[in-house]
Design a protein around this ligand. Structure first.
Ligand SMILES: Cc1cc2nc3c(=O)[nH]c(=O)nc-3n(C[C@H](O)[C@H](O)[C@H](O)COP(=O)(O)OP(=O)(O)OC[C@H]3O[C@@H](n4cnc5c(N)ncnc54)[C@H](O)[C@@H]3O)c2cc1C
Ligand SMILES: Cc1cc2nc3c(=O)[nH]c(=O)nc-3n(C[C@H](O)[C@H](O)[C@H](O)COP(=O)(O)O)c2cc1C
Length: 704
């Protein structure tokens, strides 16, 4: 390294699921090699940085969640910078670069980043590096990698200009003091070499080792020679990549020391996983399959008994379920890592004294007193798609030269397209890698350092506490990932697969959920906790009309709304109640029309004024004049009523379910309806919708 003094910049990240954090850590990792020092913090750690007094450049990596919202960890920060009393030069001293993460299939692409970027600008801060908006839909790295490359150049320019300014003012001062030496710091000429950042690997470097080890390899592993004319795959490359010189990331500095201790007979509770909230272990009292056996997706309804807890909720609230990784996968992982014998050992974690990792800290999601098996079951998302830094680290724990080379290719610049095709797109996880690269055997600390926290999954309540006191119901589709050429086993979603297996012995077949029997005192329990922010609620004034759009499992919170409404109507016969609309859709009338009987009875007792249903895969009935496939088709047919309810009667519009396609299509339909009705162009109609959103009259509860 030619520069002795590292130039500091402040690096803040705001993440919901860990990607922004991983990217910030990658920046931090690379910074060292470029002669910079990243002072990295989660944006919530406001005691560790102060933007008002910050003098060094600022870099922010921020993702988007919900419907164009900043991650939960950024809420406080955003609230603070949005304070209207702040003067327009509040951040005039700040020079920053921002990388937003998002997914262009969502309605508000990278909106979390855009909100922060716009507000920093309004408060006088200036860019030293142009804003990057990375799209998870096509691969974050397409933007992230060049953005990071550009960052080093921009930082170098930024520090150079700062130093020139400083020198000039020093010289001016010196001149005014009668001294006439004008100097420019040579280190600011931009010539700081990038010596340690990249390792250039040539195939020739490996060839000796490859031939050395080929004779010891199992017969089913292809040699470099034998693959030359075949298709590439996860563990196999073809020219030109197999022949090319590689630029691979610098080796991430390990920072955790793992020590194993014999366990004493003491079981750790999953409550210890949640530091800032109360966890409730509640019995499952009912499990009903809502879809027919031949439906494309299996929809299950679970009922939890919360009567002996202080857990409370409103219809429309979502809550979180703590779920474990698949037990078979955990056992397989323990076996492949050579940890089966030690699975019950306590794991004692310490930060490595000699680590070069900046801000190395004990991971908060691994409670003290965890065993090896507990960590792999409850703390780490073992299904996470390995990042390139993880692949790079795995190279060091792979003994076979050909496997090493392929891992290097997959994390290299030249292998970016192979990484997408064979790792990112097919959602390859660590277990798949260990199968494909049998001589790779990473130690436990590497998993703790590189795998993200296993997140609790959110579910929307589909019941009303008024209608069914002491009960909490929710509905989900069992997520299924079919096998593929890269992975021969099919898998189920972590949480939905686990829940489906857990309740299998008590599962009641396809029937009306309310008539389903309550199980005898159930021993099946799940751990839940409240979601901190919920805004998807019924209008407080019952006379306000509202429309609900919930295809598939998106209907779930609306069942809670309607149950609540029915009870209110029964209890308050003198109140005025506004009209209610539900747009529901599914594939087949007979297979996956969830809550059909309940919805009919809501219509019969006038809780639901209008029910509009469509079936996307059933042939249209011969007599049907306007056949509809999707919820947005029915909304369009009711355009006049939609405009009346929203614009004239100041009603509310709720959308729940698939965030990517349905919510976007419904939004586009609303824009069309409002623009036609109000006689304005689309931009104006979008502004009307934005106002409705601000007034909390257009509410979305959408998920991926
Ligand atoms: C506020 C909120 C409310 C919600 N309410 C509900 C609800 O009421 N009902 C409901 O069903 N869901 C709801 N969800 C979604 C729910 O939280 C879970 O995301 C969903 O149930 C899937 O969880 P899982 O652990 O089973 O799947 P995971 O294992 O987390 O897999 C889900 C995703 O991972 C990816 N993935 C992983 N492996 C593969 C692979 N091999 N191939 C392809 N893709 C893969 C895919 O993107 C897939 O969609 C809600 C989400 C939020 C944020
Ligand atoms: C529930 C959910 C909601 C999302 N909402 C949006 C959104 O409104 N706009 C967007 O651009 N991306 C959205 N995304 C995509 C994420 O921002 C993107 O996947 C990002 O890489 C996640 O980074 P993180 O792991 O740091 O949170 C959403 C993702 C999820 C899971």
């Amino acid at each position: 390294m030619c520069c002795d003094i590292k130039r500091r910049f402040l690096l803040l990240y705001a993440t919901q699921k860990g990607q922004a954090k991983a990217i910030a850590e990658e920046i931090c990792q690379q910074a060292d090699a470029h002669g910079f020092e990243a002072d990295i913090h989660c944006i919530t750690e406001s005691d560790k940085y102060n933007l008002v007094t910050e003098k060094d450049p600022l870099v922010i990596v921020i993702s988007t969640t919900g419907t164009g919202d900043p991650p939960d960890t950024a809420c406080k920060f955003v609230k603070e910078i949005k304070n209207k009393t702040l003067p327009p030069d509040h951040f005039a001293h700040l020079r920053y670069g921002l990388l937003g993460l998002g997914d262009s299939e969502y309605m508000f692409f990278c909106n979390g980043g855009k909100i922060v970027d716009k507000r920093l600008q309004e408060l006088g801060a200036q860019h030293f590096h142009e804003t990057g908006l990375a799209d998870d839909c096509v691969g974050l790295e397409i933007v992230v990698e060049p953005w990071i490359d550009g960052l080093w150049l921009a930082l170098r320019r930024e520090f150079t200009s700062r130093n020139i300014k400083e020198d000039m003012s020093n010289n001016l001062r010196a001149v005014s003091n009668g001294v006439s030496a004008m100097t420019v710091d040579p280190s600011m000429s931009g010539a700081c070499s990038l010596d340690s950042e990249i390792q250039h690997l040539k195939l020739e470097d490996l060839e000796v080792k490859v031939t050395d080890t080929l004779s010891q390899r199992p017969a089913n592993v292809h040699s470099v020679v034998s693959v030359q004319n075949t298709e590439p795959s996860l563990d196999r490359s073809v020219p030109p990549l197999s022949k090319s010189t590689l630029n691979i990331p610098a080796l991430p500095s390990e920072y955790i020391d793992v020590q194993f201790q014999d366990s004493i007979d003491q079981e750790l509770s999953v409550s210890s996983l949640i530091s800032d909230g109360t966890v409730f272990h509640v019995p499952v009292t009912k499990a009903v399959q809502l879809s027919r056996e031949d439906a494309v997706k299996t929809a299950l309804l679970l009922e939890l008994d919360i009567s002996k807890t202080t857990f409370c909720y409103q219809p429309g609230d979502a809550f979180c379920v703590i779920c474990p990784n698949n037990a078979r996968e955990v056992q397989e992982l323990l076996h492949l890592l050579g940890l089966s014998e030690r699975k019950e050992c306590f794991v004692c974690l310490k930060i490595k004294q000699a680590t070069k990792k900046k801000g190395a800290a004990q991971p908060e999601h691994i409670p003290e007193g965890s065993t090896v098996e507990f960590i792999l079951t409850w703390s780490l998302e073992i299904r996470a798609v390995p990042k390139k830094a993880f692949l790079r680290a795995l190279v060091e724990y792979t003994s076979d030269a050909r496997e090493k080379r392929r891992l290097q290719e997959l994390c290299s610049k030249q292998g970016a397209s192979d990484y997408n095709s064979f790792i990112r797109d097919p959602n390859i996880c660590l277990l798949d890698l260990l199968h494909a690269f049998p001589t790779c055997r990473p130690p436990l600390n590497l998993l703790i350092e590189h795998l993200p926290k296993l997140q609790a999954r959110s579910y929307s309540a589909s019941s009303s506490n008024l209608f069914q006191p002491g009960k909490l119901q929710f509905v989900f589709n069992v997520v299924e990932f079919p096998s593929s050429p890269s992975r021969l086993v099919s898998r189920k979603g972590v949480c939905t697969g686990w829940l489906a297996e857990l309740v299998e012995p008590m599962l009641q077949p396809h029937k009306n959920s309310l008539n389903a029997k309550e199980g005898k005192s159930s021993t099946v329990k799940v751990s839940i906790f409240a979601r901190p922010i919920n805004t998807f609620h019924l209008p407080s004034d019952p006379s306000v009309p509202f429309m609900m759009v919930g295809p598939g499992t998106g209907v779930s919170p609306f069942i809670g709304f309607l149950q609540h409404r029915q009870k209110l109507q029964e209890e308050h016969t003198d109140w005025k109640f506004g009209e209610t609309w539900l747009f529901f859709g599914c594939r087949h009338q007979d297979r996956d029309y969830l809550f059909r009987d309940e919805l009919r009875s809501f219509v019969e007792n006038s809780t639901l004024t209008h029910l509009k249903v469509c079936f996307s895969r059933d042939p249209p009935a011969a007599a049907e004049k306007n056949p509809t496939k999707y919820v947005q088709d029915n909304i369009r047919l009711c355009a006049k009523e939609v405009a009346r309810v929203l614009l004239k009667e100041r009603g509310c519009f709720y959308v729940c379910g698939d965030a990517k396609h349905m919510a976007k299509d419904v939004n586009d339909t609303l824009v069309d309806i409002l623009s036609t009705d109000a006689g304005v162009d689309k931009l104006e109609a979008m502004k009307i919708l934005a106002t409705l959103r601000q007034e909390k009259r257009y509410l979305q509860d959408v998920w991926a």
